[in-house]
Design a protein around this ligand. Structure first.
Ligand code: FAD
Length: 319
């Protein structure tokens, strides 16, 4: 097996163009498992760990650009390139940070990357529900040029994505949240486990909309669109975006039911389809209750939809 280690993005893209069957490796936490179990025998490994353009993150005009090589430890703020006090990304993208905190062990969180999670495109990838809820865009590049793929169009089948054979994932773009985010997952135990069902929720008071993401309960990660439309309409109708008043129990119940209905789970060793759907209904209701409490407590509605930590887009930060 040949091993290529390009020192720049241009050289990585050239190598991928010349060898479309080369397998990219970032943290290696999925790739090494596949190699060790002989599930895959690529002719070439394309090591991306020396490509500086894939590392780090920045905030540009209210949008966060996360390099594909950003690790879970960086997402949680456990390992922040800048300051241990600011908690960098963990503070800016709370939903993704919650999801990252549930991933593997400290070792996996130190090595595993957001780009690798997307590259594997597993229906159980823990970043995906939060990226769907946030309406992220995936920046991919080849020597032909770069393009942005909306996260809704990124997952094309079980462990399949819209990435062309000569393309690499270079970054993830996310509009800085204008409201609270939540993530919850159910597994067969509390840590080091593939999700049996997972759910991500984002309230977007700035655009008066709701984002959702379902994991491990369909062939690909999916949104619960009807649930999003229902909840946004219910919040609008009762002027709750403005008042932050109490959410009716019937709204929470119906939201959960619609999320469950959006899933297409299967029976497998980790859980039955019926259990997964039921778990999602519960996760959706719980995360909505938590997010709404956050909304009421944090004063999003009184701060002109800028969130509790300041106005989006005014802070120049990077890590
Ligand atoms: C013990 C253990 C526990 C785990 N727990 C979890 C968990 O709780 N939740 C979870 O979601 N995952 C979990 N995983 C899976 C894995 O850690 C994640 O999917 C991780 O995000 C993979 O990132 P990586 O950088 O290690 O990817 P790699 O293994 O390097 O690559 C993964 C895939 O992405 C491709 N790839 C990587 N970078 C790029 C790029 N820039 N462009 C194009 N393709 C690319 C590779 O070719 C490969 O197909 C676990 C794995 C292990 C071994």
């Amino acid at each position: 097996m040949e091993f290529l280690q390009p020192p720049s993005l241009a050289e990585a893209l050239a190598a991928k163009a010349a060898n479309p069957d080369a397998l990219p490796i970032a943290g290696g936490t999925d790739v090494m498992v596949e190699l060790n179990f002989a599930r895959r025998r690529p002719p070439i490994l394309l090591d991306l760990t020396r490509v500086p353009e894939l590392a780090g993150w920045s905030l540009q005009d209210g949008r966060l650009r996360l390099g594909a090589a950003v690790t879970y430890a960086e997402l949680t703020g456990e390992r922040d390139g800048r300051s241990p006090v600011a908690h960098g990304l963990g503070r800016l993208l709370p939903g993704l940070a919650m999801a990252a905190r549930t991933v593997g062990s400290p070792q996996i969180r130190n090595r595993g990357t957001i780009g690798g999670n997307l590259g594997s495109a597993s229906p159980a990838g823990d970043c995906h529900p939060s990226l769907l809820a946030a309406g992220a865009e995936i920046e991919v590049a080849s020597s032909r040029g770069a393009r942005l793929i909306p996260i809704d169009g990124f997952f094309t089948g079980v462990k399949r994505s819209a990435l062309a054979p000569d393309e690499l994932i270079t970054a993830i773009w996310i509009t800085r949240p204008s409201g609270p985010e939540q993530f919850a997952k159910i597994g067969t135990r509390n840590a080091m486990v593939i999700a049996v069902a997972a759910f991500g929720l984002a309230l977007h008071p700035g655009r008066r909309s709701v984002g959702t993401g379902i994991g491990s309960a369909a062939p690909t990660p999916v949104r619960a669109r009807e649930a999003e439309i229902f909840l946004a309409a219910a919040l609008e109708e009762a002027s709750l975006w403005d008042t932050g008043g109490a959410l009716k129990e019937s709204v929470v119940t119906e939201f959960g039911t619609l999320v469950g209905a959006a899933s297409r789970p299967i029976d497998d060793v980790r859980g039955t389809a019926a259990y997964r759907r039921h778990a999602l209904v519960v996760l959706a209701r719980r995360t909505l209750a938590w997010a709404w409490t956050d909304y009421q407590r944090s004063g999003y509605q009184r701060s002109g939809h800028s969130g509790p930590t300041g106005s989006a887009g005014t802070v120049a930060e990077e890590g």
